[in-house]
Design a protein around this ligand. Structure first.
Ligand code: ADP
Ligand code: MG
Length: 248
């Protein structure tokens, strides 16, 4: 794909040489909005970590047409972080560290951007609250405001709406659509197939290998979903290390 922002070339990812994701090839077009779908243990989080460079690629190659500093990432659960005794505003400002570096004061303009991001996620007036006082949904809004401060070109979201109330989900989904409209590339791990069908034009259905990757309507078929479930259930985590070059 000529306008690919991210390309996967026969990528195999492994933990201690035991493969978790197998021989994955495909691309994310610049500006695309893609759902990453698959059963538990399918390798979805593993793939995001490899894109971020947090996990070495065992075989194959991940080709990024942007610096990693231009990638923003929302990890799967941030429960621990909610215990930190910091204010909502400071939690959002953490998002601009990537651009500013750790040292030096926070310019006024940056505070203004953080306050604007809080307003965009529906948390005007929350800046001075400590994050520990927030509900799960409010905290997720804070993390989205932080993502906005990063001003990234590629945004990776790992189960962003997990345990989040319906109202918050709808608001944050609207933000994701807005990022898409701004030309950013988004890859989001999601479980709600109806939500994916309605809002995500592209889908990668992963079950250790790609079951299907393309237009959502052609990917999320009954046959494909059944195959994905079967693939993960049949997988043996203690199988032999992946032999190089053997197709899935
Ligand atoms: P998903 O996000 O789709 O639920 P994961 O990427 O978390 O799946 O996990 C894929 C497989 O890799 C699972 O079998 C999981 O047990 C294994 N795995 C994940 N993280 C680790 C790790 N840190 N060490 C060893 N195995 C892991
Ligand atoms: Mg996961």
């Amino acid at each position: 794909m000529s306008d690919a922002l991210l390309s996967l070339h026969n990528v195999t990812l492994a933990y201690r040489r035991h493969p978790a994701v197998h021989h994955l090839s495909g691309a994310l077009a610049r500006g695309s909005l893609t759902a990453l779908v698959g059963p538990n243990g399918a390798g979805k989080s593993t793939l995001l970590k490899a894109i971020l460079g947090q996990l070495p690629v065992q075989e194959g190659r991940i080709e990024l047409k942007l610096p990693r500093a231009r990638i923003a990432y929302l990890p799967q659960q941030s429960a621990l972080e909610r215990q930190f005794p910091i204010s909502v505003l400071d939690a959002v400002l953490l998002g601009s560290w990537v651009r500013r570096g750790l040292f030096g004061g926070i310019p006024l303009a940056e505070r203004e951007r953080a306050l604007a991001a809080l307003a965009a996620v529906g948390l005007s007036g929350f800046a001075a609250r400590t994050v520990a006082t927030l509900s799960v949904g409010q905290f997720q809004r804070v993390l989205f405001a932080r993502l906005m401060l990063q001003d990234a070109d590629l945004i990776l979201l790992d189960e962003p709406f997990n345990a989040v109330d319906a109202r918050t989900t709808a608001d944050l989904l609207a933000l994701v659509r807005r990022w898409h409209g701004e030309g950013r590339t988004v890859l989001a791990v999601l479980h709600d197939h109806q939500q994916v069908r309605t809002h995500f034009p592209q889908t990668l259905l992963l079950a250790r290998r790609a079951i299907a990757w393309g237009d959502t309507a052609t990917v999320l078929t009954g046959d494909h979903l059944h195959a994905a479930q079967h693939m993960v259930e049949a997988w043996d985590d203690h199988a032999q290390p992946c032999a190089p070059g053997v197709p899935a």
